[in-house]
Write a protein that binds this ligand. Structure first.
Ligand code: CDP
Ligand code: CDP
Length: 213
Protein backbone atom coordinates (compact mmCIF):
# COMPACT_ATOMS: atom_id res chain seq x y z
CA UNK A 1 0.00 0.00 0.00
CA UNK A 2 1.35 3.43 -0.83
CA UNK A 3 1.63 6.08 1.89
CA UNK A 4 -0.35 9.35 1.93
CA UNK A 5 1.75 12.33 0.88
CA UNK A 6 0.19 15.79 0.82
CA UNK A 7 2.26 18.48 -0.94
CA UNK A 8 1.53 22.08 0.07
CA UNK A 9 3.19 24.73 -2.11
CA UNK A 10 2.73 28.46 -2.54
CA UNK A 11 4.40 31.86 -2.12
CA UNK A 12 5.73 33.41 1.10
CA UNK A 13 3.31 33.90 4.00
CA UNK A 14 0.35 32.38 2.14
CA UNK A 15 -0.36 30.14 5.14
CA UNK A 16 1.37 26.96 3.92
CA UNK A 17 2.99 26.12 7.23
CA UNK A 18 -0.15 26.77 9.27
CA UNK A 19 -2.22 24.64 6.92
CA UNK A 20 0.34 21.85 6.64
CA UNK A 21 0.71 21.54 10.40
CA UNK A 22 -3.06 21.48 10.99
CA UNK A 23 -3.60 18.96 8.18
CA UNK A 24 -0.85 16.75 9.58
CA UNK A 25 -2.49 16.83 13.02
CA UNK A 26 -5.92 15.91 11.65
CA UNK A 27 -4.59 13.19 9.34
CA UNK A 28 -2.14 11.81 11.92
CA UNK A 29 0.87 12.34 9.65
CA UNK A 30 4.28 13.90 10.25
CA UNK A 31 4.78 17.49 9.03
CA UNK A 32 7.91 18.86 7.34
CA UNK A 33 8.40 22.59 6.71
CA UNK A 34 11.05 22.50 3.98
CA UNK A 35 11.59 26.29 4.12
CA UNK A 36 13.39 25.66 7.40
CA UNK A 37 16.06 23.68 5.56
CA UNK A 38 16.88 26.62 3.27
CA UNK A 39 16.69 29.04 6.18
CA UNK A 40 19.08 26.93 8.25
CA UNK A 41 21.62 26.81 5.40
CA UNK A 42 21.42 30.61 5.03
CA UNK A 43 21.89 31.13 8.77
CA UNK A 44 24.93 28.87 8.84
CA UNK A 45 26.47 30.67 5.89
CA UNK A 46 25.98 34.07 7.49
CA UNK A 47 27.54 32.82 10.74
CA UNK A 48 30.57 31.59 8.80
CA UNK A 49 30.97 34.93 7.02
CA UNK A 50 29.66 33.64 3.68
CA UNK A 51 27.16 35.47 1.44
CA UNK A 52 24.06 33.32 0.76
CA UNK A 53 23.40 35.20 -2.49
CA UNK A 54 26.85 34.49 -3.93
CA UNK A 55 28.88 31.87 -2.09
CA UNK A 56 28.44 28.11 -2.50
CA UNK A 57 26.31 26.63 0.31
CA UNK A 58 26.33 22.98 -0.76
CA UNK A 59 28.90 21.73 1.76
CA UNK A 60 26.97 23.37 4.60
CA UNK A 61 23.67 21.99 3.28
CA UNK A 62 25.14 18.48 3.50
CA UNK A 63 26.17 19.04 7.12
CA UNK A 64 22.90 20.46 8.52
CA UNK A 65 21.83 18.80 11.74
CA UNK A 66 18.69 18.78 13.88
CA UNK A 67 19.98 21.61 16.09
CA UNK A 68 20.33 23.87 13.03
CA UNK A 69 16.66 23.27 12.18
CA UNK A 70 15.36 23.83 15.69
CA UNK A 71 16.71 27.40 15.97
CA UNK A 72 14.10 29.99 16.95
CA UNK A 73 15.87 32.78 15.03
CA UNK A 74 15.30 31.51 11.48
CA UNK A 75 12.42 33.88 10.67
CA UNK A 76 14.16 37.24 10.48
CA UNK A 77 14.30 39.39 7.29
CA UNK A 78 18.03 38.77 6.72
CA UNK A 79 17.36 35.02 6.64
CA UNK A 80 14.22 35.46 4.48
CA UNK A 81 16.46 36.97 1.80
CA UNK A 82 19.36 34.60 2.46
CA UNK A 83 17.16 31.51 2.15
CA UNK A 84 15.75 32.75 -1.13
CA UNK A 85 19.37 33.26 -2.29
CA UNK A 86 20.72 29.81 -1.35
CA UNK A 87 17.56 28.28 -2.81
CA UNK A 88 18.76 29.32 -6.29
CA UNK A 89 21.82 27.04 -6.00
CA UNK A 90 21.47 23.64 -7.69
CA UNK A 91 24.05 22.07 -5.34
CA UNK A 92 22.14 23.17 -2.26
CA UNK A 93 18.85 21.89 -3.67
CA UNK A 94 20.40 18.54 -4.58
CA UNK A 95 21.86 18.20 -1.09
CA UNK A 96 18.45 18.79 0.50
CA UNK A 97 16.38 16.70 -1.92
CA UNK A 98 17.13 13.23 -0.54
CA UNK A 99 16.59 14.41 3.00
CA UNK A 100 13.09 15.63 2.10
CA UNK A 101 12.22 12.39 0.32
CA UNK A 102 13.51 10.21 3.16
CA UNK A 103 11.34 12.12 5.60
CA UNK A 104 8.07 10.84 4.14
CA UNK A 105 9.20 7.53 2.68
CA UNK A 106 8.10 5.25 5.52
CA UNK A 107 4.88 6.73 6.84
CA UNK A 108 3.91 9.55 4.48
CA UNK A 109 3.55 13.15 5.55
CA UNK A 110 2.38 16.67 4.87
CA UNK A 111 5.26 18.63 3.33
CA UNK A 112 5.20 22.36 2.61
CA UNK A 113 7.50 24.43 0.43
CA UNK A 114 7.84 25.74 -3.12
CA UNK A 115 8.64 22.68 -5.25
CA UNK A 116 7.10 19.80 -3.31
CA UNK A 117 4.43 18.93 -5.89
CA UNK A 118 6.70 19.62 -8.86
CA UNK A 119 10.11 18.19 -7.89
CA UNK A 120 10.34 16.62 -4.43
CA UNK A 121 7.17 14.49 -4.60
CA UNK A 122 5.85 14.69 -8.18
CA UNK A 123 3.70 11.62 -7.36
CA UNK A 124 2.20 13.05 -4.16
CA UNK A 125 -1.28 11.72 -3.40
CA UNK A 126 -2.66 15.28 -3.06
CA UNK A 127 -1.15 18.59 -4.20
CA UNK A 128 -2.37 21.90 -2.83
CA UNK A 129 -1.26 25.34 -4.00
CA UNK A 130 -2.08 27.95 -1.37
CA UNK A 131 -1.94 31.60 -2.36
CA UNK A 132 -3.11 35.18 -1.63
CA UNK A 133 -2.25 38.66 -2.90
CA UNK A 134 1.17 40.08 -1.92
CA UNK A 135 -0.50 42.72 0.28
CA UNK A 136 -2.55 40.17 2.21
CA UNK A 137 0.56 38.06 2.69
CA UNK A 138 2.67 41.01 3.85
CA UNK A 139 0.03 41.88 6.44
CA UNK A 140 -0.17 38.25 7.61
CA UNK A 141 3.57 38.04 8.11
CA UNK A 142 3.59 41.36 10.00
CA UNK A 143 0.77 40.25 12.33
CA UNK A 144 2.44 36.87 12.83
CA UNK A 145 5.67 38.56 13.96
CA UNK A 146 4.36 41.71 15.67
CA UNK A 147 0.78 41.02 16.78
CA UNK A 148 -1.34 44.17 17.09
CA UNK A 149 1.55 46.62 16.69
CA UNK A 150 0.63 49.66 14.53
CA UNK A 151 1.53 49.49 10.84
CA UNK A 152 1.50 52.55 8.57
CA UNK A 153 0.49 52.45 4.91
CA UNK A 154 4.12 53.13 3.96
CA UNK A 155 5.26 50.29 6.23
CA UNK A 156 2.80 47.87 4.65
CA UNK A 157 3.87 48.96 1.17
CA UNK A 158 7.55 48.31 2.03
CA UNK A 159 6.70 44.83 3.36
CA UNK A 160 4.59 44.12 0.28
CA UNK A 161 7.58 45.07 -1.90
CA UNK A 162 9.83 42.64 0.06
CA UNK A 163 7.31 39.83 -0.42
CA UNK A 164 6.94 40.62 -4.14
CA UNK A 165 10.77 40.65 -4.55
CA UNK A 166 11.02 37.22 -2.91
CA UNK A 167 8.16 35.93 -5.13
CA UNK A 168 10.12 37.10 -8.17
CA UNK A 169 13.33 35.45 -7.03
CA UNK A 170 11.46 32.21 -6.25
CA UNK A 171 9.45 32.20 -9.50
CA UNK A 172 12.25 33.08 -11.90
CA UNK A 173 15.15 30.91 -10.71
CA UNK A 174 16.11 28.22 -13.23
CA UNK A 175 16.17 25.33 -10.72
CA UNK A 176 12.94 24.26 -9.06
CA UNK A 177 11.13 27.60 -9.39
CA UNK A 178 7.95 28.24 -7.45
CA UNK A 179 5.29 27.03 -9.83
CA UNK A 180 1.91 25.39 -9.46
CA UNK A 181 2.03 21.71 -10.44
CA UNK A 182 -0.44 21.05 -13.23
CA UNK A 183 -2.39 18.66 -11.03
CA UNK A 184 -2.36 20.88 -7.91
CA UNK A 185 -5.61 22.30 -6.54
CA UNK A 186 -5.37 26.05 -5.94
CA UNK A 187 -6.76 27.52 -2.71
CA UNK A 188 -7.13 31.32 -2.95
CA UNK A 189 -7.01 32.49 0.65
CA UNK A 190 -7.44 36.29 0.55
CA UNK A 191 -10.94 35.96 1.96
CA UNK A 192 -10.43 32.81 4.06
CA UNK A 193 -9.15 32.43 7.60
CA UNK A 194 -6.92 29.50 8.60
CA UNK A 195 -9.87 27.37 9.73
CA UNK A 196 -11.68 27.84 6.40
CA UNK A 197 -8.50 26.94 4.49
CA UNK A 198 -8.12 23.77 6.57
CA UNK A 199 -11.75 22.80 5.92
CA UNK A 200 -11.29 23.27 2.17
CA UNK A 201 -8.03 21.30 2.16
CA UNK A 202 -9.64 18.41 4.06
CA UNK A 203 -12.45 18.28 1.49
CA UNK A 204 -9.84 18.01 -1.26
CA UNK A 205 -7.86 15.29 0.56
CA UNK A 206 -11.01 13.27 1.30
CA UNK A 207 -12.31 13.58 -2.25
CA UNK A 208 -9.01 12.27 -3.57
CA UNK A 209 -9.06 9.37 -1.09
CA UNK A 210 -12.61 8.47 -2.21
CA UNK A 211 -11.44 8.48 -5.82
CA UNK A 212 -8.57 6.06 -5.16
CA UNK A 213 -10.73 3.70 -3.11
O1 CDP B 1 7.55 31.05 5.35
P1 CDP B 1 7.90 31.65 4.03
O2 CDP B 1 6.93 31.24 2.97
O3 CDP B 1 8.14 33.12 4.11
O4 CDP B 1 9.31 31.07 3.60
P2 CDP B 1 9.82 29.58 3.70
O5 CDP B 1 8.79 28.64 3.25
O6 CDP B 1 10.40 29.37 5.06
O7 CDP B 1 10.98 29.57 2.61
C1 CDP B 1 12.09 30.43 2.66
C2 CDP B 1 12.75 30.43 1.28
O8 CDP B 1 13.25 29.12 1.03
C3 CDP B 1 11.80 30.73 0.13
O9 CDP B 1 11.77 32.10 -0.24
C4 CDP B 1 12.34 29.89 -1.01
O10 CDP B 1 13.28 30.62 -1.76
C5 CDP B 1 13.07 28.76 -0.32
N1 CDP B 1 12.38 27.47 -0.44
C6 CDP B 1 12.52 26.76 -1.60
O11 CDP B 1 13.17 27.22 -2.51
N2 CDP B 1 11.97 25.53 -1.74
C7 CDP B 1 11.24 25.01 -0.75
N3 CDP B 1 10.71 23.78 -0.91
C8 CDP B 1 11.03 25.74 0.44
C9 CDP B 1 11.61 26.98 0.57
O1 CDP C 1 4.18 29.02 5.72
P1 CDP C 1 3.79 30.34 5.11
O2 CDP C 1 4.92 31.29 5.04
O3 CDP C 1 3.11 30.19 3.79
O4 CDP C 1 2.71 31.02 6.06
P2 CDP C 1 2.36 30.75 7.61
O5 CDP C 1 3.56 31.03 8.44
O6 CDP C 1 1.69 29.44 7.75
O7 CDP C 1 1.21 31.84 7.88
C1 CDP C 1 1.47 33.20 7.99
C2 CDP C 1 0.46 33.82 8.95
O8 CDP C 1 -0.81 33.94 8.31
C3 CDP C 1 0.19 33.04 10.25
O9 CDP C 1 0.19 33.94 11.34
C4 CDP C 1 -1.20 32.46 10.05
O10 CDP C 1 -1.91 32.35 11.25
C5 CDP C 1 -1.86 33.51 9.17
N1 CDP C 1 -2.98 33.09 8.29
C6 CDP C 1 -3.01 31.88 7.66
O11 CDP C 1 -2.09 31.07 7.85
N2 CDP C 1 -4.02 31.52 6.80
C7 CDP C 1 -5.03 32.35 6.59
N3 CDP C 1 -5.98 31.99 5.75
C8 CDP C 1 -5.03 33.58 7.21
C9 CDP C 1 -3.98 33.93 8.06
Amino acid sequence: MSVLIVAVDGPAAAGKGTLAKALADVLGLPHLDTGLLYRAVARRMILEGLDPQRDDGEALARRLDQADLARADLRVPEIDRGASGVATQPGVRAALLQRQRDFARASGGVIDGRDIGTVVFPDASVKLFVTASPRTRALRRFRQLHGDAPLSDAGLTALTDDIAARDRQDETRPVSPLKRAEDAVVIETDALDSAAVLARALEIVRASQDETR
